[in-house]
Design a protein around this ligand. Structure first.
Ligand code: AMP
Length: 121
């Protein structure tokens, strides 16, 4: 799938729409999810045009991948969620229920998060 420059996170990166920023460096931007599903729900996105984790791992330079995941760890430390614990999640494609086609990871925290996947059938 080709990267769509019109996706909402591309607009946030270009400053065309606002975000509630929690962290930024050369590799990543982190901001609060607009519809939080936990007391802490932060999104971390790379600055480059990658559709998904699949695209990111296949196409991004190693330095970019390392820089991004170091940033994710730094965001978690700055949020103070490492002690009680948190969940990092990324959705990929249709079965993963990915809605925004710019690679992002979710950080959920602030309460016990329960089991990983709720059965839907
Ligand atoms: P996903 O299903 O993994 O693609 O999740 C996309 C996430 O982006 C959802 O949790 C949305 O609530 C969140 N989201 C969509 N638009 C915005 C926005 N403008 N600012 C912050 N979060 C957003």
């Amino acid at each position: 799938m080709a990267y769509d420059q019109g996706n909402v996170f591309a607009k946030i990166l270009r400053g065309e729409i606002p975000c509630n920023k929690v962290y930024e460096d050369e590799h990543a931007l982190a901001f609060h999810d607009i519809q939080p599903q936990a007391p802490v729900h932060v999104l971390v996105i790379p600055k480059g045009p990658y559709v998904s984790l699949d695209d990111f791992c296949a196409e991004a330079p190693a330095e970019t991948i390392a820089g991004f995941f170091r940033a994710v760890g730094e965001v978690a430390r700055q949020l103070g969620i490492g002690g009680p614990g948190y969940r990092m999640l990324t959705n990929v494609g249709v079965h993963g229920h990915q809605e925004v086609m710019h690679f992002h990871v979710h950080l959920f925290a602030g309460r016990p998060l329960g089991g990983m996947i709720r059965r839907s059938e």
